[in-house]
Every structure is written in structure tokens, then in C-alpha cells.
Design a protein around this ligand. Sequence first.
Ligand SMILES: Cc1cc2nc3c(=O)[nH]c(=O)nc-3n(C[C@H](O)[C@H](O)[C@H](O)COP(=O)(O)OP(=O)(O)OC[C@H]3O[C@@H](n4cnc5c(N)ncnc54)[C@H](O)[C@@H]3O)c2cc1C
Length: 409
Amino acid sequence: MAKVIVVGGGAAGLVAAWRASSLGHQVQLLEANGRLGVKLRISGGGKCNITHAGSPRALLEAFPQPQARFLRPSLLAFDNQAVLELLRREGVDTYSRDNGRIFPLDRPGSAGAVVAAFESLVRRAGVEVRTGARVGALQGQAPQLESLLVDGAPMTGEVFILATGGASYPETGTRGEVLGWLRNLGVPVRSWFPALAPIPLQRPRPAWEGVSLRDGELRLAAGAEGRRLSVHRGDVVFTKAGVSGPAALELSQAAERARRDGAAWLTYASVLDPPESVDAALQEAQRSNPRLLAATWLQRHLPERLVAPLMEASGLERSLMLKDLPKAGRRALVALVTALPLGEPQPVPLARGEVAAGGVDLLAVDPRTMAIRGWDNLRVCGELLDVDGPVGGYNLQAAFSTGFAAGSI
Ligand SMILES: Cc1cc2nc3c(=O)[nH]c(=O)nc-3n(C[C@H](O)[C@H](O)[C@H](O)COP(=O)(O)OP(=O)(O)OC[C@H]3O[C@@H](n4cnc5c(N)ncnc54)[C@H](O)[C@@H]3O)c2cc1C
């Protein structure tokens, strides 16, 4: 039996502490906040998208290749079914949406029910929980971590599991400082980087706040005339400062990389056909329906609120009929539906990401045990690792699986 200290009472730390205690170890769980699972409580808009449906293989395929390779052993040992079964035994029934996202059965505050289930598991397993305990430093050198400082007082243990999360939403307790301490101890890390965040734009359109572009594709290019860098299918929602919504979140990391590389440009294609076929279809409409208003044609492809301002910006009268549409006007309409310019992104805020990219370098961690290579008693799990999956329950699943592996001592 070992004396185990788990730092961080979020998704990964709760599972790690429960697992280690269930295996007979003496476990202390330290959490900076006054209560456990603060980020879990706000996950999925307060409903908590616990995990994603599908085989472990399908789940892994959602992650970038090196991350999938790293996650394989821990996810196979504690997969989505294992998480759901554990929760079911604690009275949390779940359902899967058409898009594969799994949630607790709908009721207000369902994320709270998930936290309560883990909290009850942890306490029943005999974990000593200390909330309001922010670790202020790590002391030791490879291969031994000697102690942690909590409120200036050292705490010793035989095994240390760090589950302190990422660096987004710092108000939930995740300030990301532990990564810097690990770097100072010689552990290979990759700096935090924004991901799954809204994208502010150089020229935001606050008047369009709340309007959604649907069923199309958000495209990222290296500049207005540059080559295409990345694409994401899905909806985009205008905000005061720029764009949000599923496609914007998914593309935010690539947008920020391109921006830092010197050139980034976003467009939205509401119609995915090539511009030539859209142009051909518009010409056909001009022949078959000459008295149709150009604005009505545009409204078939773009939200109504955007039609008037976009027509005006393109120099087209709202009363214009298709039969009177000049060639340049036709090109302008085609461009609006196949590549609506959103323009240059501004710095993507790390703090507003559903996840933070970066973290402990996966090559420095044993994927079966989450032990940091070259250290005898130091393990990491959850978002503190350099793992960032897409939206859809993948990030919590990664936290649960790596937490389970870290606690399997
Ligand atoms: C708004 C939002 C919505 C999200 N929705 C979903 C979703 O629906 N589905 C999904 O899969 N993912 C979602 N995510 C991502 C998911 O919540 C995280 O990936 C996941 O919580 C990571 O788990 P973790 O245990 O590694 O970190 P966390 O859950 O963040 O837990 C880390 C804990 O460590 C504590 N801590 C940090 N530093 C210290 C310290 N020095 N001393 C003591 N304690 C410390 C923190 O207070 C925190 O409680 C969402 C994220 C956000 C921000």
C-alpha cells in the first residue's frame, strides 16, 4: 500500500483517486477550489457531454494521430462503456444524441449529477479529500519528487499524480502553472496553446450577433489569396467580437497557428458546390425565373438578416430581379454563398477554449501508467497532458481514461 497524493479534483483526478483507493492505496486528493469538479459542472453547457458513442477505435480516430497512439492503452483499459457503467451504478442514466454525444438523462444541472456520482465514488473508496488546497510548488529532482507545498507547508507522499488540467477558464481553478513547474524540473512540455475557442475577427460584425451560418464549411487559408490550410464542416455563429459555434471552435487552433505564422483568412461556404456550378445554376434561374428577386435567391442560401447588408455591400439594389442582374453582380452573389469572407482572425483567447492544447509531452509519458519517464513516483493525467480532442465528449473521455491509468498503481 502506497501513500498517494492526487492533485486536482477534476475529471481525471477524481477517477485517479477513486481507482488508486479502490486498489488499496492510501489516497489524498487536493483541490484548489472550495468544491470538486468545477469545470465538469460547466461542461456541455451545464449538461456534461460525458463521452462519445462508438467503439474505442472510432473514439481514438477523432484525435490527432500521435495523441490517438498515446491514448490507445488507457482508453482500451477504461473506455466509454466502462465510464457509463460506472455512472449507471451510481444512478446516473445516460442517453446518446444522434450525433453520438452522450449526456446524463435530461434534467436541470445534470453535470452536477455526474460530479456527485464521482464524489460519492471517491468518498466511499476512502479517499481523503482536501478542498481549498492549492499546491504552490513541486519539490524534488528526477527520479524522485520529494514533496508538494500546500499553503507553504510541505506534503510528502510515495506516489504523486498531477491532474491539474489545462489553462483555459482560469476562473475554474485551472491556471496552468503546474506545466511551468514541470518544465523547471526538466520534464519535456509543450507550451499552452488556444484550442476549441471562439475566433475574434479583425473586422467583427456586432450587428450580426446571434446569426448562424448553417450546414456549410468554415475554411482557413494562408491569406485572402493564399492556399487552403484547413476546413471544418458545421455551423458558425456570429458574436460581438467574431465567430463562435462548432466549426469555429474546431478551427480555432489552426487559425491561431496560421495567424502566428503571418497569414490567416477565413471564409464560410454555405453552398459546397464549386462556384462554377453555382454560377451555372444561377444563370439557369435567370432564364427560368427572370422576375425572381436576387435578394430572394440569396436568402435561399444565407440567413435573412444578412441579405440586405450583403446586397448593399456588393452594390446591388434590393429590388433587383435576376433578369437585370449584371455579370459582375452574378459573380458577387456566387462568391457570397461559396466563400463569404469573414476575414482575418485576431488572437484566439487561450482562456476561452473548451480545452487548452499543449501540456506534458506525450513522448515523456508511459501511456500505460501515465508515469513520467525518468521519474519513479510522478504521474500525470487529463488535460495536463498534451492531448486535445474535438468537441463531443472526447476530452472528458481522455481525462477519465488517463486518470484511470494513473490511478492503477
Ligand atoms: C466551458 C467548457 C465546456 C466543456 N464541455 C465539455 C464537454 O461537454 N465534454 C467534454 O468532453 N469536454 C468538455 N470540456 C473539456 C473538459 O471539461 C476538460 O477537458 C476536462 O475537464 C479536463 O479534465 P481534467 O481533470 O484534466 O481537468 P479539470 O477538470 O480542469 O480539473 C483540474 C482541477 O485541478 C485543480 N487545480 C489546478 N491547479 C491546481 C493546484 N495548483 N493545486 C490544486 N488544484 C489545482 C483545478 O482547480 C481543477 O479543479 C469543456 C470545457 C469547458 C471549459
